[in-house]
Design a protein around this ligand. Sequence first.
Ligand code: OAD
Length: 258
Amino acid sequence: MNDQADQLVAAAGAMASGERIVAVTGAGISAESGVPTFRDAQTGLWATFNPQELATPDAFRRNPKLVWDWYALRAAQLGEVQPNPGHLALRDLEKLFPSVIITTQNVDGLHQRAGSSEVIALHGDITRYQCFADCQGRPTPIDLTALPTWDATAGPPRCPHCGAFVRPAVVWFGEMLPPGALEAAETACRHADTILVIGTAGEVYPAAALPFLNPRARCVEINLAETSISHRMHYRLRGPASAVLPQLVDAVRRLRHP
Ligand code: OAD
């Protein structure tokens, strides 16, 4: 057996002996659905776009139309993509374990669309909107379809309660995570037997710290490449998540239901 096959068998064995699985996912799991990652040197969004001009509250204050249009374009692109076999394999884990919780940094909704039942969206949801001023408590959700039509060439619509701009309900750099999301993700990780760390560079905190909150959990990384947190993993599976995850779930299925 080669090293990758050994790692897969060992990771499946560790998973199969526990009951509670948490997946910590990032942009890589959606890459094969056609969603660009952030930090890939050639194709990553941050290779072409400057996050300081698009993904911070200051950027939105400076140029609300630019930020609104960029997110509107991304939301439209994400509406066209489908979950891939990696998302579906995570959903299938629910047939094998009593507890499977996904904590994702992705805003694309693909875990939910794949049918996973417990998804904690740490960085928000690109299909939802809220008031930039959080005028009715934090955050104030806005239903775009209930707003009167507005001149989209002029930028974002206005909050019907206070008149501030409406913004996408995603987390920007320097912002807090959605209320309760981090606490829920931390609790899930503290109770996990196995933590799958899938398609994330491990560069953005607090998400990158989640796998290491529980020294008892076995950590399995699934990624195309080494990351800055690879050295802290018990098992490292190299390859595309859409191929590796179905193999891993199949191996676990054979162990749990021989
Ligand atoms: P990154 O773009 O930083 O990292 C993507 C990771 O996925 C890399 O480690 C790749 O090697 C890996 N990868 C790419 N394709 C893959 C595939 N097919 N299968 C498995 N792995 C693959 O994305 P994130 O770590 O998710 O935040 O980035 C975290 C946060 O930084 C994002 O949520 C976003 C970004 O700035 C905000 O916008 C607030």
